[in-house]
Design a protein around this ligand. Sequence first.
Ligand SMILES: [Zn+2]
Length: 232
Amino acid sequence: MLKFTPILLAILYGLVLYRFSVWRTGRELDQKSTELADPVLKRLTDQMAASLDLPRIKVHIYEIDPVNGLAAPDGRIFITRGFYRKYRNGEVSAEELASVIAHELGHVALGHSRRRMIDFSGQNALRTALAMILSRFVPFVGVYIAGFLTTLLAARLSRSDEYEADAYASALLVKSGIGTGPQKTLFTKLEDLTQSRGGSAPAWLMSHPKTAERIAAIEKNEERWSVSGQDA
Ligand SMILES: [Zn+2]
């Protein structure tokens, strides 16, 4: 029993760290957010709400600068102030921002947002616990193995989630009469932005698969949907 005590302690420590991090993220979102109120965007989110038979889609502004969108585990959708600013100064269109909202809605609808919290908050906790355990068996390199395993797991989880959220967003955008055009142009815009800034990608792109592959996946869906549409 004594032999396993350190492992149990490491797991316990990881769990505590995870709970604390979830709590802190939730509190941070509460304190640093306001409801989005923009008439043009509201018209678009109302169109999407109608397609989903919802009274409305509530979106919040998260007061941070990095360009990002996120879905909280409680189902709330956030667009960062930095992203909203890009819309206000005309770099990103209302339809393009709506496509981000549709993508985040996809994460909520498909139940990813809880799992994604593991991406955001749990990654550190898991890495720490694994490092504590592995270091006992493989001194020095245990920490690196833990980091590698955690990153691998998170990447696998998030990659398939992103494609699913993209497909959900495409379907919703088509049904709402907005179309997938803005979804694709936004990816290209954000990537151009990355190049002009010398390689520092907006957070929203970094946590997602490659732009070209995402656009290709969207087009493949459209093709499939239009073929099955003709059959029906
Ligand atoms: Zn996503």
